[in-house]
Design a protein around this ligand. Structure first.
Ligand SMILES: *[C@@H]1O[C@H](CO)[C@@H](O)[C@H](O)[C@H]1NC(C)=O
Ligand SMILES: *[C@@H]1O[C@H](CO)[C@@H](O)[C@H](O)[C@H]1NC(C)=O
Ligand SMILES: *[C@@H]1O[C@H](CO)[C@@H](O)[C@H](O)[C@H]1NC(C)=O
Ligand SMILES: [Cu+2]
Length: 250
């Protein structure tokens, strides 16, 4: 994976995210892990060094490529967790390396926290399967319908590790989905994992998960200040992500 986004774009990511997706992820993060972890908490200084040890910045999202940090800040959340994405948009979920694996599993609004099985002419949902240090991309194929997803790791969905793309703003909202998941709590049905499933409904997997970076498997990598901001953005972003995750998940 190569990043060619200008530093300015990376620096402005928190603002872009806030502008594009509104304050929506805040309720999810603040209501899940106890400690609020604003998605905009990570910033890069002009020297390219990270100024925070909590939530790292994701690669710069734009209208055709949206990046979602899985277990952002070591919390059981997706960040962002509720956003819109038009047809053709690629949504890439970045699953950090760590001792606890996570998934991006498509479900339905109800029954909550259960895999979207094939039904009649409808295909089954996508599923990254339980992963660590991988990224998984889907492409939006119908932006008129919601895509509900959750983490299949034991108890994670019941603890609120859920997300939605193009959720309705009334009725079956993201908030309602989150509430339904948390209402299950530990009563959440345990879900087996038999590896990645491509396909999907309203959004389809672009392939099976792929490694995020060769450096992401190292949990001992500490902050490595770069003398070149452009080098950091171009080549070191995943290393920074891995380093931050390594610290927070250790
Ligand atoms: C979810 O996102 C949509 C679209 O951005 C927004 O209209 C809605 O208010 C959000 N819902 C919640 C509960 O944050
Ligand atoms: C959107 O982001 C992707 C991935 O970083 C990049 O390849 C693409 O050029 C960007 N598109 C625009 C229009 O900026
Ligand atoms: C996106 O694609 C779906 C399925 O083809 C279509 O029904 C929908 O109208 C498209 N959305 C827009 C905004 O054109
Ligand atoms: Cu999880």
């Amino acid at each position: 994976m190569k990043f060619t986004v200008p530093l300015a774009a990376a620096l402005s990511l928190p603002f872009l995210v806030n502008a594009q997706y509104g304050p929506s992820p805040a309720p999810a993060t603040s209501s899940t892990g106890g400690t609020a972890t604003p998605q905009s908490s990570a910033t890069l200084t002009s020297t390219g060094t990270s100024t925070t040890s909590s939530t790292p910045a994701a690669p710069a999202s734009n209208s055709t490529n949206i990046f979602v940090l899985v277990a952002a800040g070591g919390k059981l959340v997706y960040n962002p967790s509720n956003f819109t994405a038009a047809n053709g948009t690629t949504v890439t979920f970045i699953i950090p390396a760590g001792s606890i694996s996570h998934s991006v599993t498509q479900g339905s609004f109800s029954p909550t926290c259960q895999y979207l099985a094939a039904s009649g002419a409808d295909p089954a949902g996508f599923d990254s399967g339980l992963q660590s240090g991988k990224q998984f991309s889907i492409q939006i194929t119908n932006d008129q319908q919601p895509i509900w997803f959750f983490c299949k790791q034991d108890s994670h969905c019941g603890l609120g590790m859920v997300g939605a793309i193009n959720a309705p703003t009334t009725g079956n909202t993201f908030d309602a989905y989150m509430a339904a998941a948390k209402a299950l709590g530990t009563a959440e049905t345990s879900i087996s994992d038999s590896g990645p499933v491509t396909g999907g409904v309203n959004g389809v997997a672009k392939g099976t998960p792929s490694p995020t970076s060769t450096t992401s498997s190292s949990s001992t990598t500490s902050s490595t200040p770069s003398s070149s901001a452009s080098h950091l953005v171009a080549n070191g972003l995943f290393a920074v992500l891995a380093a931050v995750f390594g610290i927070t998940l250790a």
